[in-house]
Design a protein around this ligand. Structure first.
Ligand code: AMP
Ligand code: MG
Length: 464
């Protein structure tokens, strides 16, 4: 059961998430819902549970973990299907280990905003319905206050849920879980000769495509432990995540990840590694190592195909031509050399005019090595001419895939600092901006600005 918090208050709610479970967003600010979504009262029919799972953390087997601060309330039907509703930070559970079962306002606002931002970017993710807070103090690196974020997903089953039963040597429980997941979420696989192998293959493909989506917007999850990998291929468990600003393929946003296991460059291979961990757990059901290996081999082709598709769209290329890879690589090399802002670059690239190199100034100014840019831009123009690309049409198409607004760390930080002083207006405004990441949004341009100097010193770490 959730543990009540004193005097809960409303922080923010997502109308888009609310509509997925047929709730009116205005109602979420009312006392009865605030109480329910803090865990102080139970919604009718709710039977709270926390789930056990295990996992590999930073590549090392960690044994049993489980929902140490997450409590599932139940599920609700909506226009896009059934959604499970889960409180995060509602108190201790049988799996809390040394933890307090709480979440702080800061991390809850980060999870809330990023879940909804990712959904608006079209990247598979768990959703966030509402955040409530309480003045109850919570000890972290500093003293902070408690908050609860209500998350939603069709399922919160993780790779680690399967690892748990496998490492416990409980083949029957493993089968029950796999059958539940197949029958409920992958029903089309039931008819296959080996549904468990096909489950592994499909989860592997979904994971690969999700990570291609991350790479395409510069998102770094930062804690891709197998307990933070969704069996539905959803981005889950937002912690010290970040969006790439000054481009560096080796960027790490979690200051406790000293080896850079979950850096921008490494997260692709780690996604595959995690699928291996799942494959290992499913092996008793799949049968042979060869079949599991075959399923896992789906990863790189699925990743590359998806990333290739996304990069073509990001560069406004309507056809696929030989040499496109070189063009993409050349752009990323220049971004790396000049540590160019990821989001700004792709957005400005849409302004390029095929026949007017003299209008490149704003774009060109992002690079330190201007001659290198001119050379690359020449190749890009030649490529655009090859498919008779029309400037205005291409710009419109590019603006539908290259966001203007992402959740920059400093924007989250500003909203959090206001919220910590009892003013939630910035959280609401930022949510509204991030819900339309591809639109120009006059008057909101400051949310697309480069980070200020103070932001260079912002640090985020695990589990807050
Ligand atoms: P994470 O890497 O943040 O997803 O968390 C790893 C594990 O630690 C999960 O089993 C969490 O439920 C658990 N955990 C994290 N923070 C807390 C907390 N404050 N209280 C209890 N368990 C926690
Ligand atoms: Mg987790």
């Amino acid at each position: 059961m959730p543990t009540p918090l004193p005097a809960p208050y409303f922080v923010a709610a997502s109308s888009r998430a609310a509509s997925l479970v047929g709730l009116d967003v205005e109602a979420l600010a009312q006392d009865d819902f605030v109480s329910a979504f803090t865990g102080n009262t139970l919604l009718p029919g709710s039977e709270p549970v926390s789930a056990v799972y295990s996992g590999h953390q930073f590549g090392v087997w960690a044994g049993q973990l489980g929902d140490g601060r997450a409590i599932l309330l139940g599920d609700a039907d909506g226009p896009e299907g059934r959604m499970e509703l889960q409180l995060k930070g509602a108190g201790k559970t049988p799996y809390s280990r040394m933890g307090d079962g709480r979440a702080v306002l800061r991390s809850s606002i980060r999870e809330f905003l990023c879940s909804e931002a990712m959904a608006a970017l079209g990247i598979p993710t768990t959703r966030a319905l509402v955040v409530t807070g309480s003045n109850q103090r919570v000890m972290r690196e500093n003293i902070e206050t408690a908050a609860v974020v209500t998350r939603m997903a069709p399922s919160f089953v993780r790779f680690g849920s399967f690892e748990h039963w496998h490492y416990r040597d409980k083949p029957e429980e493993l089968r029950v879980l796999a059958d539940y997941v197949i029958d409920t979420f992958y029903a089309e696989l039931r008819a296959a000769a080996n549904p468990y192998k096909e489950l592994l293959a499909e989860v592997t493909r979904r994971t690969a495509r999700m990570i291609a989506g991350w790479q395409s917007v510069g998102f770094m999850h930062s804690v891709m432990n197998t307990d933070n990998m969704s069996i539905l291929g959803l981005t889950i468990d937002y912690g010290p995540f970040g969006f790439m600003e000054a481009f560096d393929v080796n960027h790490i946003c979690n200051h406790t990840d000293q080896g850079g296991r979950y850096s921008y460059a490494n997260q692709v291979a780690i996604g595959h590694w995690n699928c291996y961990a799942l494959g290992n757990a499913l092996l008793p059901l799949i049968g042979t190592v060869d079949e599991a290996q075959e399923a896992l081999d789906a990863y790189m082709p699925a990743f590359e195909a998806k990333l290739d598709e996304l990069l073509h769209a990001k560069l406004g290329l309507a056809t696929v031509q030989e040499g496109d890879r070189d063009l993409f690589d050349g752009l990323f090399s220049m971004m790396q050399a000049g540590h160019v802002d990821f989001t700004l670059l792709f957005r400005r690239l849409g302004e390029l005019q095929v026949e007017a190199a003299d209008t490149d100034a704003l774009l060109r100014d992002l690079f330190i090595d201007r001659p290198a840019f001119d050379e690359w831009a020449g190749r890009y123009r030649a490529r655009l001419r090859l498919e008779n690309s029309v400037d205005a049409e291409r710009r419109a198409a590019m603006n539908r895939v290259n966001p203007k607004y992402v959740l920059r760390n400093y924007l989250a930080q500003q909203a959090i600092e206001h919220a910590q002083n009892g003013d939630y207006a910035l959280v609401h405004e930022l949510l509204a901006v991030l819900e339309q990441p591809f639109d120009e949004q006059p008057g909101k341009e400051h949310y697309a600005a480069l980070p200020p100097d103070w932001a260079a010193h912002l640090e985020v770490s695990c589990s807050s």
